[in-house]
Design a protein around this ligand. Sequence first.
Ligand code: BTN
Length: 252
Amino acid sequence: MARTLAPDRVVPLLTGRFGSPYLHRLACTSTQRLLQPGLPEGAVAVCEEQTAGRGRLGRTWTAPAGAAVLCSILLRPPPGRQAAELSLVGGLAVAEVVEEALGAPAGLKWPNDVLVSGRKLAGILAESVSGAVALGVGLNVNQAEGDLPPDARTPPASMRTVDGVARDRAPLLAALLASLERAYDTWGELGLAGLHAEIARRDVLAGRRVRVGELAGIAAGIDAAGALVLDTPSGRRAVISGEVSVSALDAP
Ligand code: BTN
């Protein structure tokens, strides 16, 4: 397989704490499963192909071998920080890397999707592992249109379907780990407040009519705790988890 994410291609590009140790497999069930709790913070698991990739809410996550960045990072949030906020922290880090690579704006669809032109380019999954957090990132890079899942709730995209460019994933992964480390350190120090402006300006739901479970209303932003704020007929409500339904999303 050409241009893999093998350690000899990625580790020399790493500039920070994240990626040590760097675990790489050609195939695995899910990178989320490769992170053993005894590993240090910043351990990263990567594979070329997942046979049982996991999405949010029990969904699956699929990508052809060698086409996407599929990775999980082991994190140990400092006391007082809410691990649930890490989906937004990860989403922001991915959005920044995507914007730099594509030269186009990326949006965040609360709580865990990264969109370009209304299509989902990446998803983030935060799961607990014996008191730590495995933060999984699936970023679609080189898939052709026909490689993307036909039944996704939000129409999917890859970086290649956006701009026609096939990319080496190694520098993208290195940039992603650096971006995530920056965002994570800011969050550790200041909480979501330290990232709020950057998250808010990418919030694709703000001002839109949405539904989360039984609640329907106008999305009024993401609050300091990472909750989705909804203006409903019975007043302002903060939603801490759930699946957002929204009619077709405009760019980004
Ligand atoms: C979602 O949007 O539902 C979250 C998708 C997260 C997918 C990534 S791919 C790498 C890591 N391993 C998994 O099994 N899932 C996450």
